[in-house]
Design a protein around this ligand. Structure first.
Ligand code: E9O
Length: 610
């Protein structure tokens, strides 16, 4: 169940439970011991030895233990906190919210089991007031399971090796994807206080009409009513304020409605306007008589996304994606939320002239999405459907559920221009046809305003997914995963193949992955794979090819793989991770960064002088 991000307002008060929690893992050969011995019934430190564990963070890289880095199974966390007695009064509710726990989580408050949640990247919350006390300390226990298998999304393979030539309890864990399966409480944990009748969800869209510069807000409130209350007791107000906090519209309406504002500043992407990312505030209020009951404030941007047979349009103007595939990944923290890193990354994105990125291969933090909204960085919002090598109903149901939760969470965001429903599935299998038909019509039903896309890897002849996409994204690695060292194949392969895709499907196409690995400081002439020279020389060929395709008129963007080096599962092609970054994992530029910067800024007619 998705939810509004916890924010303070006149009626809401939030507190973070982030900090250093206690932590221990269940032994590999007795994964369920924590449930059997009820580790949630007392402080975790009384059940056995615990170590300090930061929240939010992945747990994998915090200690010096290989066994914890590679751990699979149940990991236990707990923390203690006090609650303001006013929070427990009869006209209030208290909500506990997790923004991301990878992969499955069981939540206990003062020993009571309140929630089991599945899915590693989307928020969930529970009402907790009746389990809290104000005359003593409260304990929050979370059991996290990071096991991925054929029944999870993303999927993986877990194989136990029982031969006498293997040590006891030896397993091989092989995800169907290369990025490291970081795990733990990855984003913030909030406790927040709301009135007992409160705004639970808002479906909110701000559309821009570029013919006459007007804006239209459509909304639908889902209000959780106090037991004794009825819907008609309440009035709904919507106040729109501009960036200077001036009220520009007051609307007394219903639980759903539509408001037109005759003249608005549009939300424009970075580099597409001297005044990008203009945000308004939409203040939702419910009141009873003259009493304000609840208030929630959104930031919104008016913009319109459209596609033609050839073009991707934002506010009626052709948009060309200059961007990246990315990861939430950094040293020590793994996939843990890090606001310092997020702000730095956005500065790098702007410095290099990127206007967009894809949230490969899972939903990113709401904090990151806020930065995209406020800085005009366009987002292709991807769900965690990576590594689909077979299709069945268990996967399909998870896939639909995660897409519903993602769209609930991000629907109001101006930065989000497309939903990406998968990355590199085995879309040539005959079972892929009905599978993607169902997924795509599910998304269409939830959002009619945004195109659907996905990243395709299979060949044109076999692919059964693209027919259900509005925009086709293609991942290609000429002269990297094939034709090693043969830089000269890149341009002809690219131009020939992409033209054939367009001829068949007649819809906008972009390259969502291409690139090579490069070890910074490794320089070779003539160029040789893994050197910075090889990466830059390949890029020049790709760029030439992109320019040829651009002149055809249907090619709408280039997203390089990857923004930065990132950690992977160990393997013979991985030298301390995937090194296809334009930046290192520490966010320093490789040689290719300057080249890419000149290209991106030139495309947008922006100055390359710092
Ligand atoms: C998905 C991404 O998460 N695409 C992969 C990226 C990579 O660098 C990975 O990090 O490995 C590329 C898949 C390309 C497979 C090509 C195989 C072709 C053999 C001839």
């Amino acid at each position: 169940q998705s939810s509004l991000y916890p924010k303070d307002s006149l009626t809401r008060f939030t507190r973070s439970l982030d900090g250093i929690w206690n932590f221990r893992t269940a032994p590999i050969d007795d994964p369920d011991v924590g449930f059997r011995e009820e580790w949630f019934a007392s402080p975790l430190s009384q059940t056995g030895p615990v170590i300090p564990m930061p929240v939010p963070s992945s747990f994998n890289d915090i200690t010096q233990e290989r066994s914890l880095r590679d751990f699979i199974g149940w990991a236990w966390y707990d923390t203690e906190f006090y609650v303001d007695p006013n929070w427990l009064s009869s006209d209030r509710q208290v909500i506990l919210r997790f923004s991301s726990v990878n992969y499955a989580a069981k939540v206990y408050v003062n020993g009571a089991n309140l929630s089991l949640h599945v899915g590693g990247h989307l928020p969930f919350e529970v009402l907790v007031k009746e389990h809290l006390v104000s005359n003593g300390v409260n304990r929050l226990t979370v059991a996290v399971n990071n096991t991925l298998d054929e029944y999870t999304l993303p999927p993986a393979k877990l194989v136990w090796k029982n031969g006498t030539d293997y040590p006891k309890n030896f397993y091989v864990f092989t995800p169907n994807f290369d990025f490291f399966n970081y795990a733990g409480i990855h984003r913030s944990v909030h406790l927040y206080s709301v009135p007992s009748t409160f705004i639970k969800e808002v479906k909110l869209a701000a559309d821009y009409n570029y013919e006459n510069s007007s804006g239209v807000i459509n909304y639908k409130l889902n209000v959780k009513l106090d037991e004794s209350a009825s819907k008609s007791d309440y009035k709904v107000n919507l106040v729109i304020k501009d960036a200077e906090d001036k009220v520009i519209s007051l609307y007394a309406g219903d639980y759903s409605g539509s408001v037109t504002i005759p003249e608005v500043n549009a939300w424009w992407p970075y580099l597409m306007s001297p005044k990008p990312a203009y945000l308004y505030k939409a203040v939702f209020e419910i009141s009873k008589g003259s009493n304000l009951v609840d208030q929630y404030v959104f930031k919104i941007g008016f913009r319109k996304v459209e596609i033609t047979e050839k073009q991707f349009l934002i506010n009626g103007k052709p948009f060309y994606f200059t961007g990246f595939g990315r990861h939430e990944d950094s040293n020590i923290r793994g996939r843990g939320l890090d606001q310092v890193l997020n702000v730095k990354d956005f500065n790098l994105i702007r410095w290099i002239g990127a206007n967009s990125f894809r949230t490969s291969h899972y939903p990113y933090s709401e904090e990151m999405m806020d930065l995209a909204d406020s800085q005009g960085i366009v987002i292709v919002d991807e769900c965690p459907a990576v590594g689909l090598k077979s299709f069945d109903n268990i996967k399909l149901n998870l896939h639909l559920q995660f897409l519903t939760e993602l769209i609930d969470r991000d629907y109001h965001r101006p930065s989000v221009v497309m939903w990406s429903i998968a990355n590199e599935p085995s879309s040539a299998l005959s079972s892929a046809d009905s599978y993607f038909k169902t997924v795509s019509s599910h998304v269409k039903q939830l959002d009619k305003s945004r195109p659907i896309t996905a990243a395709v890897l299979v060949q044109l002849d076999g692919d059964l997914m693209s027919q259900y996409l509005d925009v086709i994204m293609i991942n290609r690695y000429f002269a990297w995963y094939s034709d090693y060292g043969a830089i000269q194949v890149i341009k002809p392969h690219l131009v020939d193949e992409i033209r054939r895709w367009y001829k068949k499907f007649k819809r906008p196409i972009l390259i969502s992955e291409y690139g090579t690995e490069a070890i910074p400081g490794l320089n070779t002439s003539p160029s040789y794979m893994f050197s910075e020279d090889y990466q830059t020389e390949c890029l020049m060929e790709w760029f030439d090819g992109f320019d040829q395709l651009r002149s055809d008129g249907f090619f709408v963007g280039e997203m390089i793989w990857n923004f930065a080096d990132f950690m992977t599962t160990q393997g013979k092609t991985r030298v301390n991770g995937n090194r296809k970054g334009i930046f290192t994992r520490e966010r320093q530029p490789k040689a290719a960064a300057k080249l890419l910067r000149c290209r991106y800024l030139n495309i947008h007619n922006a100055s390359v002088i710092d």
